[in-house]
Design a protein around this ligand. Structure first.
Ligand code: NAD
Length: 470
């Protein structure tokens, strides 16, 4: 682990399993309560100086980008071994880390001037919050960590970061690499299970929790942090709907739709998790998607040419198996896939399920794996109502040749991100966040940066220079 700039071992460890082979990648340190105290204490101590100089922090972020760039291949390999994604995709995730540090280094916490006249001057400035507790999941361990690290550091906060126990190794390695650049205590990375996350959430010296994870964890974190009125950013689960109108060219969109649902073996918060297709093209689209699914190479991500890796861990693997089995037992049809691939490894083929109703768990709940229900509709208003009839609200998409109407329908989706003729695309300056149970607060862009600051209103006599932002 990385605590106060030092590499720290622990008396206790837990095994991290390679999901492609079910062998142990490494024994990972399990952070003790004393070590967590050290990490939070170090972050608290480091905050004193770190908050003072934004120019220095910008320079440090550029240094972080450079440091990660020099170790991209090693980081990507470790990511594949513990997460399962193909090496090419792992490399893409690490490139995203480099890009995010560079991009964030170009940002600035603004000072807003509300009034500046003969009666006085009123400014609103942003101040860092203190120590941020950052908690991440196992699907994109590195990019989701850097979405928290980069803006938190730019704003002048310090961090204690806890990755998922399924994928802690690449994040620990990232923390180690960044120590070349960051002062001791500014970024601490500790590893352990859910209980360690719970200890972070209730610690009095943590000012804000930034969690990416499931809705159940988000609710537990919100409840546990209430007694201390901790600030929260919760980026939680989704059950995104894509709605396909009858005017599309089925052949032309099938591949994009497929990857919108199956990227990272469906383990993407904003993946298409329910596909509503106009009844007139339903059969054709299922045929196209099935053909494409059967052409995709599933296997160990360390091997060349693999497009989809395994499901990351056994509980998730079993969940996907049981959701599809349940659908089958309700009379649903399996257009392709539908059974796990013989082991070792948590391999499940891309699976398309038809003749299923909206109340089946595979449709109503987040599957977070490579199994997609496809449901017909006859009018778009109904499809939008069905897409919205859920506690989830992360994102959604409309597919049509009528872009103008598509944009109107997209705006009727109750979610944080809506797309037309695409799904799962990001812009580094655009906020990511959910409505309803999919989350509270935003990450990325100026909104994400502001979420890691508090506002301070400063009233001054007339004709003063601006208060500079640290
Ligand atoms: P999870 O909620 O099980 O775990 C996420 C993290 O929270 C882990 O580090 C875990 O150890 C920690 N944790 C668990 N219980 C805790 C508690 N009581 N207090 C504090 N920390 C606790 O989620 P997961 O299975 O790792 O990830 C999959 C979920 O994450 C899916 O629902 C997915 O949609 C969601 N996700 C959301 C986004 C987004 O941006 N909205 C992005 C990626 C993943």
């Amino acid at each position: 682990m990385v605590i106060n700039g030092q590499i720290i071992r622990s008396d206790r460890t837990f095994d991290v399993i390679n999901p492609a082979t079910e062998t142990t990648v490494a024994a990972c340190p399990e952070c003790s309560s004393e070590q967590l105290e050290m990490a939070i204490g170090a972050a608290h101590q480091a905050f004193g100086d770190w908050q003072k100089n934004q120019a220095k922090r910008k320079k440090a972020l550029i240094g972080c980008a450079r440091a990660v760039k020099s170790q991209m291949r090693d980081l990507a390999e470790l990511l594949t071994r513990e997460q399962g994604k193909p090496r090419r995709n792992a490399l893409h995730e690490v490139s995203g880390v480099v890009h995010w540090f560079q991009q964030t280094a170009g940002m600035k916490t603004p000072v807003d001037v509300i009034q500046d006249d003969d009666h006085g001057k009123v400014e609103v400035r942003r101040k860092p919050l203190g120590v941020i507790g950052a908690i991440t999941p196992w699907n994109y361990p590195l990019i989701l960590a850097v979405w928290k690290i980069a803006p938190a550091l730019l704003a002048g906060n310090t961090i204690v970061l806890k990755p998922s126990p399924y994928t802690p190794l690449s994040t620990l390695k990232l923390g180690e690499i960044l120590q070349e650049v960051l002062p001791p205590g500014v970024l601490n990375v500790v590893s352990g299970g859910d209980e360690l996350g719970a200890q972070i959430v209730t610690h009095p010296d943590i000012r804000k929790i930034s969690l990416t994870g499931s809705i159940a964890t988000g609710k537990a974190v919100a409840a546990a942090s209430a007694s201390d009125l901790k600030r929260l950013v919760l980026e939680l689960g989704g059950n995104d709907a894509a709605i396909v109108l009858p005017d599309v060219d089925v052949k032309a969109i099938a591949e994009s739709l497929f990857w919108g649902a199956f990227e990272n073996s469906g383990q993407v918060c904003q993946a298409i998790k329910r596909l509503y297709v106009h009844e007139s093209i339903h059969e054709d689209l299922v045929t196209e998607l099935s053909a494409f699914a059967q052409s995709v190479k599933v296997g160990n991500g360390m091997e060349g040419g693999i497009q989809l890796g395994p499901i990351n861990n056994r509980p998730q693997f079993e969940r996907v198996i049981s959701l599809v089995d349940d659908a089958r037992s309700r009379g649903a049809k399996i257009a392709t896939g539908g059974s796990p691939i013989a082991g070792p490894g948590f391999f499940y083929p891309p699976t398309l399920v038809t003749d299923i109703t909206d109340d089946a768990p595979l449709v109503a709940e987040e599957q977070f794996g490579p199994a997609l229900p496809i449901l017909p509709f006859d009018n778009v208003e109904d499809a939008i109502a069905r897409a919205n009839a859920t506690h989830y609200g992360l994102s959604g998409s409309i597919w049509t040749q009528d872009i103008k109407r598509g944009a109107e329908w997209a705006s009727q989706l109750e979610c944080g991100t809506a797309w037309v003729n695409q799904h799962n695309t990001f812009h580094p300056d655009a906020p990511v966040g959910g409505v309803k149970w999919s989350g509270i607060g935003y990450q990325n862009g100026r909104w994400g940066l502001e979420a890691l600051c508090s506002l301070q209103t400063v009233h001054l006599p007339p004709h003063q220079d601006s208060v500079s932002s640290a």
